[in-house]
Design a protein around this ligand. Structure first.
Ligand code: DAH
Length: 339
């Protein structure tokens, strides 16, 4: 075998070995190492190239050089092709890991829903916030002052006996009690907020009542308070009517009947009527009594205002046609799930 024939077979062997290694390189890093081993400084092909000087025949030397370069180019093309293949495989493996299985079925979880009193509470807040009111809350354990005295019911006032109060600490002065209504929050808002005031105050209230179909010792009210310059009874009536239509629907209307509360003068009871013609008594309201304004630190010569308060449980009961208030608090899921 001639010297050039021997060289040709060494080039062919080197190319065969290299292409086998390239074909089995498992990933991009391995491929880089293989490519370097077969085309880099220490590789067989580069070694052959540097031994070309020993070939004396010029034409034979050129031919050998061309053959080595072709082998190197072939090898580079194989590496590039393998690299593309490995990258595509890696990308589709990653995509497979992220793919959604649209046939997968997860059992539906039962999420429950808010209690019907909470639903009514939140809707009431929404309607009043939509009318420009802000929401305030006060403490459930109140002072005798905020619950009674500041609301124009000084010690020994006969109206106090109508509230069936649960006292926490009894003794004068400084009794504390579970608030019997949300009206004391009126005083706190007047004391703490800047004027004018447009506020609603929802909350839990307490009375020493035996539970029956229409009474619970723990129930909920929402209080309203507006104080500004030039507020009249017409603003009160208009607000009650606008609220009635926004909350119950445009087929409902409201009416006011004269009544008495110590903290308002004049005072009224307000009822709403549906298109069916049935009147439902909702709550009390009136013009804030000057003594109440004074107790809240507001000058009654400059400001006037109106207030209202009504029961939230009653509204939930009417809305869902619940016959007995006690059912709403028995925590029987068969009852609660109906709503
Ligand atoms: N606080 C009264 C009650 O619980 C309801 C009430 C009546 C609130 C008239 C008011 C009002 O703000 O003006 O019976």
């Amino acid at each position: 075998m001639s010297a050039s024939g021997d060289l040709a077979s060494r080039i062919a062997d080197a190319l065969t070995n290299a292409s086998t290694d390239v074909g089995v390189a498992p990933d991009v890093d391995a491929l880089r190492r293989v490519a370097n081993a077969h085309t880099g400084k220490g590789s067989v092909l580069v070694g052959l190239k540097s031994s070309l000087g020993s070939i004396t025949d010029v034409e034979a030397r050129k031919a050998a050089g061309r053959a080595i370069n072709e082998a190197l180019q072939t090898l580079e093309a194989l590496v590039a092709e393998r690299l593309t293949g490995l990258e595509v495989a890696a990308a589709s493996a990653a995509a497979a890991g992220e793919a959604m299985d649209l046939t997968e079925h997860l059992a539906r979880r039962s999420r429950g829903h808010a209690h019907i009193v909470t639903q009514a509470w939140e809707r009431l807040e929404d309607v009043f916030v939509g009318m420009g009111f802000k929401v305030a809350e006060g403490p459930e354990v109140e002072t005798d002052f905020h619950n009674f005295t500041a609301l124009n019911m000084p010690p020994n006032h006969p109206a106090r006996s109508g509230f069936d109060t649960l006292f926490v600490k009894y003794g004068s002065p400084g009794s504390t009690l579970l608030r019997t209504h949300t009206s004391p929050v009126q005083i706190r808002v007047m004391q703490e907020w800047d004027l004018p005031i447009y506020a609603v105050m929802p909350g839990r209230v307490f009375r020493r009542d035996t539970p029956d179909a229409t009474h619970m010792p723990v129930f909920h009210q929402i209080e309203g308070l507006v104080i500004d310059k030039g507020i009249t009874f017409a603003h009160l009536a208009g607000t009650i009517e606008a609220f009635t239509k926004a909350f119950f629907g445009s087929e409902f209307s409201s009416r006011l009947r004269p009544n008495y509360f110590p903290f308002t003068e004049p005072s009224a009871e307000f009822d709403v009527r549906s298109s069916s013609g049935k009147w439902i008594e909702l709550g009390g309201c009136g013009m804030v009594h000057p003594n109440v304004l004074k107790a809240g630190g507001v000058d009654p010569e400059v400001y006037t205002g109106f207030a209202f308060g009504f029961g939230i449980d009653r509204m939930a009961k009417e809305r869902h046609n619940v016959a007995d208030l006690r059912d709403m608090y028995a925590n029987d899921l068969r009852f609660m799930r109906q709503f």
